[in-house]
Design a protein around this ligand. Structure first.
Ligand code: FUC
Length: 938
């Protein structure tokens, strides 16, 4: 926590820093209060198992995930022969008949839904009174045995703890009819209900709406009203996802009754409603792709006396990937350490009392999955078995206790520990997932295996092995910015103050937190980081917590190469291999094309077909964009074996698709991508700029790779030829870079996607050195778009402003990213990015963007401190990577480079640029080259 050496001059700081990986770094998140909610809790993970540590005092919670637990299972996502409609869709677009093209595409060119059950049959059963006692819609019905629920709930009844509840529910509430309303018809204003309602007043049906998007305003005829007490009864049918009386987003607008036309007299009916679950087993609803699932929770309960704890602290130490909760009670220091080990494949929670025998608590396993059971496995272990409601997935988790001193017993579904001094809880978790086409693994055997392998290891052994393994990734890079020592201020306070207090160290911490999150969610051998990394507590998470490929998945990996975490891309590359297989079927069925294609989303089962709707789901460039990551990996590592064996075949196949897919635009004669979309606006179009930038980049990379590998000369020639014919970037009438083929940009459009700027970042075909006019136009487009944005969009813009070489603008946007997320974008208490809601891409985009201010190598060699903001006038970085296989360490002061060290990992020629000076030299693999601030060799 404490930063050392603050009294040293910056030069000696830089020197020591180059020798010492942690010197001067600010590497902990810490708080003085337990978590109130999930986004306060601290994430831990080994790429496969994730935990969210709440750090409660009398009641602690670690919500956990296992990355392969998803809904559904392997299935066919493709509509057979959808390509027969392709030419008609293209021709409608060419004729300017967008909505006809969208209609046709929506009907024939979307993906295949998962199985759905018989909705009508279930509704008939519910209507016939299945599960009901009595007639709850009637005035005289006795609801005294029903429980109460607060309403409305904007995010569904799930926000009250009814996670995963779908089905038929009844709600009842009474209101007193004001005397002066008698004889008047009333409006019953309920806002939205998810998904369908049958609304009664005193037994009379006053309305029913079959969707979850319309606001309900029903008329209650005067004849249906009674003097005094009246009863509103609502039957809510919720088929999937959020449920219940969701009312109005604007919380000033209550659900209410009022005489028709006299809203000002409204009587609020917000508050307690009686409810009854008639049936919680609705039939499955078909969906395009699967959702990532939570697994369960470990709850720890301590004696009530612990509520009097003092000196409370919870923290996450990025140096060790260990979270800790500690406090003092009656002079005894209690500590809990939490980690998820990759070498031992378990989560470990180590509890310790500062006095022998002072530790007593109980532990339970819990899960929100409806189909889950907890049983005692043996004298010191509990077993949680879950079955995901929709689909083929099952999971097993075992919680085992190892105690030092004291007594241990199992009873009432709980583990009880009393009078102990030190206790370790180990959690193992596994599912039946084998690979994206096979779910035949034995979760039972696997969850036991991890504990058997753990054997009698001590917690210290487990922790040491974990730290050693984790640091193998984490310690490859370090960064420190000057400025005041703010490490003594709790992290939530720093987030609150960042925008108006000089705290450059928090920006450095943000970079390192991004690296921590990537290591913890994307360890070699696991799956890639999804929209929430591996952390999710919801059965119906936002956007399924899956992989959106029109920005989000790619953004997750923006820091990987630059910030010396090349190995974390392994999970992404494995997924790309699988997408190549799945996407070949989609290419065939939807475009009758060779190669492979991926649209704007994918999931655990590698769905590659278009989803949601034709106006944004038909976007063909997901696979090509992912291929850029393969090429970049080669550029950064210079690993030719990787290029030959892994990258090139996949890139080539993606290029084969576009070689067949591109068509000549009848108007301009250019080759264009159609049908497609400029994510996620403007509907289905021909020739969005982004596609052409991505496809050009793919073709160029395949041609370069073919040259390096000495393969496929003829195919490379074809691509080179086509490259020249693809619709070029165009400058429009407002000086903007056109987002579409036509000059139709709206300069007031503030859309979060800045897709046509792809060629600036993460691509680089637009640059100050090669295409200054286009660069100017791109910057103008970004100025029109404005700064305000969702979390990931801020992350993208931070990178873009760095590429425009405007570090101050970029840093101002870092301030927008690191601000409390109160109803908008920013950072939650745990520094997770808020879209809102939580989406991890902004963390990664932000981390990469700050680093992009320090080093860029996409064109013209390596540019040192290309966009240094005034706010980061001092600092040092060690282990930042550049294309060409270089690792750099350097320090700067008063905005000026002091010392630079270049490690050549591949022996390539190196070209350094700093402050307008360029120095190029040959290197020897493994050699280090040291320079002063004027790029003079030392
Ligand atoms: C894209 C974005 C949304 C969100 C979702 C997961 O569709 O447009 O903002 O990030 O992905």
């Amino acid at each position: 926590m404490k930063r050392t050496g603050l009294t040293l001059g910056i030069c000696s700081i830089a020197l020591s820093f180059l020798l010492n990986p942690v010197f001067g770094q600010d590497l902990a998140l810490w708080y003085t209060k337990p978590s109130q909610k999930w986004t306060d809790a601290l994430p831990i993970g080994n790429g496969r198992i994730g935990g969210m540590v709440y750090g409660g005092i009398t009641h602690d919670q670690v919500q956990f995930n296992e990355e392969t637990l998803w809904t559904d299972g392997p299935r066919n996502y493709n509509k057979k022969g959808a390509y027969v409609h392709l030419s008609e869709i293209r021709s409608l677009l060419a004729q300017g008949r967008q909505s006809d093209a969208e209609k046709l595409a929506a009907q024939y060119a979307m993906g295949q839904l998962s199985d759905s059950g018989n909705k009508q049959e279930w509704q008939d059963k519910i209507k016939a009174g299945f599960g009901l006692k009595g007639q709850p819609w009637t005035f005289g019905f006795d609801d005294s045995s029903w429980k109460e629920m607060d309403a409305p709930n904007h995010d569904g009844w799930e926000e009250l703890g009814f996670e995963g509840l779908d089905g038929a529910l009844w709600f009842r509430k009474s209101f007193e009819l004001p005397a002066n309303w008698s004889g008047k018809d009333l409006t019953l204003d309920l806002g939205k209900i998810r998904d369908q309602d049958f609304t009664y007043v005193n037994g009379a049906l006053v309305g029913s709406t079959p969707d979850n998007t319309s606001g309900r305003k029903y008329i209650i005829p005067a004849s249906a009203l009674r003097k005094g007490k009246n009863i509103i009864a609502i039957q809510v049918l919720n088929f999937s996802d959020k449920g219940g009386l969701v009312g109005y987003k604007d919380t000033r607008h209550p659900m209410q009754v009022f005489p028709v036309g006299a809203e000002a007299e409204g009587l609020s009916i917000n508050g307690k409603w009686k409810y009854f679950i008639q049936d919680n087993n609705p039939p499955p609803v078909g969906h395009y792709q699967a959702s990532y699932q939570p697994f369960g929770d470990v709850f720890l309960d301590f004696p009530a006396s612990h509520a009097k704890a003092t000196n409370y602290k919870r923290e996450l130490d990025l140096r060790t990937a260990v979270s800790k909760t500690s406090y003092t009670l009656n002079g005894i220091r209690y500590t809990r350490e939490y980690l998820v080990s990759q070498p031992d494949q378990v989560m470990a929670i180590h509890l310790k009392a500062g006095k022998p025998g002072a530790l007593s608590f109980s532990a339970v396993l819990n899960s929100n999955h409806k189909n889950s059971q907890v049983t005692a496995l043996d004298a010191k272990s509990l077993l949680l078995a879950v079955k995901v409601k929709d689909g083929q997935m099952r999971g097993n988790a075992i919680l085992r206790v190892e105690n030092k001193g004291g007594k241990l017993s199992v009873g009432g579904g709980k583990l009880h520990v009393s009078g102990a001094t030190e206790v370790t809880l180990y959690l193992s978790a596994a599912t039946n997932y084998k690979n994206f086409r096979d779910v035949s693994a034995d979760e039972n055997a696997l969850s036991r295996k991890y504990l058997t392998l753990l054997g009698k290891k001590s917690f210290e052994q487990v922790r040491d092995a974990h730290i050693r393994e984790y640091q193998g990734y984490f310690n490859t890079f370090s960064v420190a910015f000057g400025g005041p020592d703010r490490s003594t201020v709790p992290t939530d306070k720093r987030i609150e103050e960042f925008a108006h207090t000089a705290d450059p160290s928090l920006a450095a911490l943000y970079i390192q937190y991004g690296r921590y999150l990537l290591i913890s969610s994307s360890r070699p051998g696991t799956g890639p980081a999804n929209l929430q990394g591996i952390w999710n507590d919801l059965l119906t998470p936002p956007w399924g917590s899956k992989y959106t490929t029109n920005i989000n998945l790619e953004m997750n990996y923006w820091p990987a190469e630059l910030l010396n975490l090349s190995a974390t891309t392994g999970p992404l590359f494995k997924m790309i291999d699988e997408l190549r297989v799945a996407g070949a079927e989609t290419a065939k069925e939807y475009y009758n094309a060779p190669g492979w294609v991926l649209h704007h989303n994918t999931d655990q089962w590698r769905g590659t077909a278009p989803i949601n709707n034709s106006n944004h789901g038909i976007w063909v460039s997901g696979g090509a964009w992912l291929c850029q990551h393969l090429w970049e990996h080669y550029l950064f590592t210079q690993d030719k074996t990787f290029l030959r064996e892994r990258a090139y075949p996949v890139m080539k196949d993606a290029a084969r698709f576009f070689n067949a897919f591109l068509v000549k635009d009848p108007k301009t004669g250019w080759l264009i991508s159609t049908p497609s979309n400029s994510p996620e606006q403007g509907g289905l179009v021909a020739g969005p700029t982004m596609d052409h930038q991505i496809i050009r980049s793919l073709f160029a990379n395949v041609v370069a790779a073919a040259g390096i590998l000495g393969e496929d000369a003829a195919f490379a020639d074809t691509l080179s030829e086509k490259y020249k014919q693809i619709a070029p970037n165009q400058i429009g009438k407002y000086g903007q870079l056109q987002e579409w083929l036509e000059d139709k940009d709206d300069t007031t459009n503030k859309h979060r996607h800045v897709s046509h700027l792809w060629g600036v970042y993460p691509g680089h075909e637009i640059s100050w050195s090669n295409t200054p006019d286009l660069m100017k136009a791109a910057r103008q487009s970004l100025i029109y778009r404005g700064d305000e944005a969702t979390g990931w969009s801020l992350g993208w813009k931070i990178n873009l402003w760095a590429r425009f070489l405007d570090g101050d603008h970029s840093y101002n946007m870092v301030k927008m990213l690191i601000k409390p997320a109160v109803g908008g974008s920013g950072s939650y208490v745990n520094l997770f990015d808020a879209h809102p809601p939580f989406q991890i891409d902004g963390n990664f985009g932000g981390a990469a963007g700050i680093a992009e201010m320090l080093l860029q190598s996409q064109t013209d060699g390596i540019n040192i401190l290309p966009a240094l903001p005034a706010a980061l006038a001092e600092g040092s970085v060690r282990g930042i990577c550049a294309r060409g296989g270089f690792e750099l360490s350097f320090s700067w002061k008063d905005g000026k480079l002091q010392r630079l060290e270049v490690l050549s990992k591949a022996g390539a020629e190196c070209s350094l640029t700093y402050a307008g000076r360029t120095h190029s030299f040959k290197t020897v693999k493994g050699a280090k080259y040291v320079f002063n601030g004027n790029l003079q060799k030392q």
